[in-house]
Design a protein around this ligand. Structure first.
Ligand SMILES: C[S@@+](CC[C@H](N)C(=O)[O-])C[C@H]1O[C@@H](n2cnc3c(N)ncnc32)[C@H](O)[C@@H]1O
Length: 308
């Protein structure tokens, strides 16, 4: 077989669950998804604006010490900015370390700072790295952070328990680890369970993680936490409009599968899209199909006498 034929054949193989390995397609699909669930961004922003000051107030920071924030998988930094504003309302000296592997995201984050006089007073340190690279590099670094946050990140880390353990280790005594992630009680988590059936045999690593997996790790580590919920519905009507490019990208994101409609077996596609439209995942309202993908906020305090 010619090389280009082999490439073509590989390109048409389904890569179920592999969207995060296809950076370009991932970004395209994530953008469309975000546009359709404006409410998620809005709800997260509102939660952080309302609850951020309370989180900052809970942190115990020794006098004359900078308030340190660690953002893991910060993306373009929109949520980081809200947290940092809440910190700046109470503290003059703020240090923020950002861990984000995508150069474009870091550039966008820096761009966001250009128009924000208050954020310009924050001392930033940029790590264009994955969580694993970062934790390896900082293994002997004893900098501690009063807030460590991971917002919609933990789907993408290879070693979930390792990442949580390392993040917690970098929390200062009296500080908080804040995780925002897809809830285990949503249409979306039902879909993830369903998608497991279609993963290639022996594929142990799954991106279909919910807060159930995170809580399991926290319980094993015997860490106490509180939770709050962000109720979010996403308009996925376009998924059922034949030929809609938006619908095609939305399906890629929902199933976490690049080029879902071109590569997945038609019968499997039908089973999956029927399930997405069905009562386990969605409701129909005012002519729209609304997919339930609520998130949960998990706040893990590091108590004064923590030995980890
Ligand atoms: C869904 S986005 C969330 C971005 C941002 N926190 C937000 O909520 O808008 C996930 C982010 O995690 C980053 N990411 C992916 N794998 C990562 C890893 N192994 N370590 C750190 N960040 C990662 C991606 O580049 C992306 O910016």
């Amino acid at each position: 077989m010619e090389e280009d034929e082999i490439e073509e054949q590989q390109a048409s193989q389904p890569n179920i669950g592999g969207l995060h390995n296809d950076a370009e397609r991932y970004l395209e699909a994530y953008q469309v998804f975000l546009e359709k669930c404006e409410s998620e961004e809005e709800m997260t922003k509102r939660w952080l604006q309302d609850e951020g000051p309370g989180l900052v107030a809970r942190c115990k920071v020794p006098a004359k010490t900078a308030f340190n924030v660690l953002g893991m998988g910060s993306g373009a930094g929109h949520f980081d900015a809200i947290i940092l504003h809440a910190v700046l309302d109470k503290y003059d000296q703020v240090f923020c370390r950002v861990v984000e592997p995508r150069e474009e995201d870091i550039d966008q984050f820096k761009h966001l700072l250009e128009d924000d006089e208050q954020l310009k007073t924050v001392a930033f340190e940029w790590h264009q790295q994955t969580d694993e690279e970062y934790f390896e590099q900082t293994f002997n670094d004893d900098t501690k952070f009063h807030i460590v946050h991971a917002i919609q990140l933990l789907y993408y880390v290879d070693d979930l328990a390792g990442c949580i353990k390392h993040m917690y280790r970098q929390v200062a005594e009296g500080g908080l680890l804040v995780i925002i992630h897809l809830s285990d009680q949503t249409g979306c988590s039902n879909l993830m369970k369903k998608m497991n059936k279609f993963l290639p045999d022996g594929d142990e690593q799954t991106p279909y993680r919910t807060t159930a997996h995170i809580k399991e790790v926290l319980d094993k580590l015997q860490l106490q936490y509180t939770t709050d919920r962000l109720n979010v519905n996403t308009d996925i009507t376009e998924c059922f409009v034949p030929g809609s490019e938006t619908g095609i990208l939305l399906l890629d994101f929902l199933t976490h599968t690049p080029h879902f409609t071109d590569t997945v077996d038609p019968e499997d596609q039908r089973e999956i899209t029927d399930y997405i439209r069905g009562p386990d995942c969605s409701v129909e309202q005012d002519g729209k199909i609304l997919f339930n993908n609520s998130s949960e906020i998990i706040v893990i305090p590091k108590l004064g006498d923590a030995s980890n």
